[in-house]
Design a protein around this ligand. Structure first.
Ligand SMILES: [Zn+2]
Length: 682
């Protein structure tokens, strides 16, 4: 084995031996590796969690330790521990193997690497190398340069940061010269275009960050992706903090400052503390509050909350007591509640910030203060808005509405009711009125969410298709997802009058197929279709864009309750619905468990085919039939509208023709899958 100093030099020219790769593959555990970055819960023989590759609130990301793979039911990403590291941590194959070898204590044996392999470093790697070199330069400048020491280092020391903290957070200093960094990097052989693309150089060739102390911003895997700088002069024209703009590596809404160090503590303490500034995070970590994070260069987004929720559902905002701090807390709170977190708030007294506060009082007093001042977001919002409103009755009722709007964001129905009751007390209002108002807000919200979800689904589809096109592969075969996006036609949701003429005693065609779908959920929800994917996972995912198209109110009620229970990881089964507090639900369930036949093509319960006890086939077929029925109805309405259109509205004509063609092609694809023959103009 070569001495250490040689190894770093040689590493570029080497590749890993087959033996090392095999040893790593034998040792690696997918649940172990994924579990490092995603909070996984046991679900039968598999594990489940929130997908790290797309934003979601209910877990559709499944990890199978037995089979060694992960699969996302929502965005279809799948693979093993190595592909996970490559995709999630942006490592290449060799880096992933090294990461794993390190984790499992496997000795790395390397062999000569081909020239071709060396030249194949991709674009992201080039940017990473530039960032790495810049970080080193900022640190060296601060520690070794005279000005760096007297301005940069002394600033951090003055703030009370220890040497260890300065090192842990990689703090540095940027000279106040025009192109100190750019010059250093280009002389070391880095390309100007890469320096600019990494966000470090302005268009005119100057350093982007000058005369500032530097905070490296790292992603959750600990890799530096960007920098922020704090000005050393207080001048009105100079922003105090300056962040590098978004780059290929740095997406502001997907990076939380400090999360690389805080992610294990957040999981362990089951709480994340969100603060406003970089120095707040650093100070808290140094004084024994390791679960603090901050946003960088932007307000809190749903993406940030998704990141936190990989490790804990509990988010506590710790903000300054000034107007700006309270405003930021208000905004962040709603974002976090919407994204499914349990939100609490602590507001410091005016004039204080977390950094100075913990330095002043120490850890014990800080923790005591936190537990004493911590309130739910409802309490915080209600008391603050009421204080603002004073005795003005109009302002007070406006405040009440504002609070209700926030309560409506809570997904858990039990918590929501509790919050509403609590708010009623605080606002001194009738509980029932408030509950009703919350419910109203809730309906509005759910409608909006369905629309957003359908849009997101379409976006993912488009992305997948584009990716397939770019890689030269054949476009993916139409997946069930391709038939989604009913939402695009939501101006056609009103009932078809012909359907309403059908007597209630005999269920309509739509009701019959809806009942068949509900039957899947009530009787078979927990059955496995594939490894780790249950009937309810499949059905609820597939019905996401069809919820609003259910005609039967009882079916719809059961469906929405299934979504609610699913999101709270509560079981969905017959026993639950059989003891429901609505008699209509109980009756329908009894009927469903008695039905032995599927509605036939003619949609009567006579001449039908028996329901097979094959839940896999039945589920897929039933969902497909429902979709066919609903799309047929849309098509009919669109055709009707087209035939009644005035001839001069050419734009509208084209729009409708496009819509009709699209619906027809979706329909024929569905029929083809279903094995049914379509007669023209049936
Ligand atoms: Zn996903």
């Amino acid at each position: 084995m070569l001495p250490l100093s040689w190894r770093t030099f040689v590493i570029e020219l080497m590749s890993l031996s087959d033996k090392t790769v095999q040893q790593v593959k034998d040792a690696m555990r997918v649940d172990d590796v994924v579990g490092e970055f995603v909070r996984l819960k046991k679900a039968g023989s598999t594990l489940k969690g929130l997908c790290p590759f797309h934003g979601e609130k209910t877990p559709s990301f499944v990890v199978s330790p037995a089979k060694g793979f992960y699969h996302c039911f929502g965005c279809q990403k799948s693979g093993d521990a190595i592909t996970f590291l490559m995709e999630h941590n942006s490592l290449d194959f060799v880096e992933s193997i090294k990461w794993l070898a390190n984790r499992y204590n496997i000795e790395i044996i390397e062999e000569q690497r081909s020239q071709e392999a060396i030249e194949k470093r991709n674009h992201r790697d080039s940017l990473r190398l530039v960032i790495e070199a810049a970080e080193k330069h900022y640190i060296t400048t601060m520690l070794e340069d005279e000005l760096g020491r007297s301005v940069g280092l002394s600033y951090f020391k003055h703030r009370g940061f220890t040497d260890e903290t300065i090192k842990n957070f990689g703090l540095g200093y940027a000279h106040d010269k025009r192109n100190d960094l750019v010059l250093t990097l280009t002389q070391a052989g880095y390309k100007q275009e890469h320096i600019q693309e990494a966000g470090l150089m302005t268009k005119s060739g100057a350093d982007f960050l000058r005369g500032r102390v530097i905070f490296p911003i790292r992603d959750m895997t600990g890799k530096t992706v960007a920098f922020a700088g704090r000005a050393m002069v207080s001048d009105k024209g100079v922003p105090k903090y300056l962040n590098i703009g978004e780059t290929e590596l740095y997406k502001k809404s997907h990076v939380l400052y400090g999360l690389d160090l805080a992610r294990a503590p957040i999981r362990k303490l089951d709480e994340a503390i969100v603060v406003e500034g970089y120095t707040d995070v650093i100070s808290l970590h140094q004084h024994g509050v390791p679960n603090a994070v901050a946003t960088s260069g932007t307000a809190l987004t749903p993406g940030h909350v998704d990141l936190i929720r990989r490790f804990s559902d509990n988010v506590t905002f710790l903000f300054d007591g000034d107007k700006a701090g309270i405003k930021a807390a208000m905004r962040g709170m709603d974002v976090a509640v919407t994204a499914g977190a349990n939100v609490r708030v602590v507001i410091l007294d005016d004039g204080q910030d977390p950094d100075s506060f913990i330095q002043d009082v120490g850890l014990a007093a800080f923790e005591a203060f936190m537990s004493e001042r911590k309130v739910t977001f409802v309490e915080f919002k209600a008391s603050w808005l009421l204080k603002e409103a004073g005795t003005d009755p109009i302002k007070r009722s406006k405040a009440a509405r504002e609070v209700m709007r926030s309560v409506a964001l809570v997904d858990d129905s039990i918590m929501r009711q509790e919050y509403a009751r609590f708010a009623a007390k605080l606002l001194d209002m009738n509980e029932q009125t408030l509950l009703a108002e919350t419910q109203e807000e809730r309906v509005k919200l759910l409608n909006q969410r369905q629309k957003d979800a359908a849009r997101e689904q379409q976006r993912l589809q488009r992305e997948r298709r584009r990716a397939a096109e770019q890689s030269g592969a054949a476009p993916p075969p139409p997946m069930p997802d391709d038939y989604q996006g009913m939402d695009a036609y939501d101006d056609y949701q009103e009932d078809d009058p012909r359907e309403q003429l059908v007597e209630r005693a005999a269920p309509s065609r739509h009701q019959m197929i809806e009942e068949a779908v509900i039957r899947l959920l009530v009787l078979w929800a927990e059955r496995e279709m594939e490894d780790g994917i249950t009937v309810k996972d499949y059905v609820l995912h597939q019905l996401d864009d069809l919820r609003d198209h259910f005609d039967d109110p009882i079916c719809k009620l059961i469906l929405l309750e299934c979504y609610d229970r699913h999101s709270r990881v509560q079981p969905i089964n017959e026993a639950y619905f059989r003891s429901h507090n609505s008699q209509d639900v109980i009756k329908l369930c009894a009927k469903l468990s008695a039905i032995k036949y599927n509605p036939s093509e003619r949609n009567t319960y006579r001449h039908q085919k028996p329901i097979l006890d094959n839940h896999y086939e039945e589920t897929i077929k039933t969902i497909r039939r429902l979709r066919i029925k609903k799309i047929e109805r849309l098509l009919k309405k669109t055709q009707l509208e087209f035939s009644e259109l005035k001839s001069e509205d050419e734009k509208k004509q084209i729009k409708l023709i496009r819509r009709i063609t699209k619906l027809q092609s979706i329909l024929s694809a569905l029929h083809l899958e279903d094995g049914t023959v379509v007669l023209p103009n049936r």
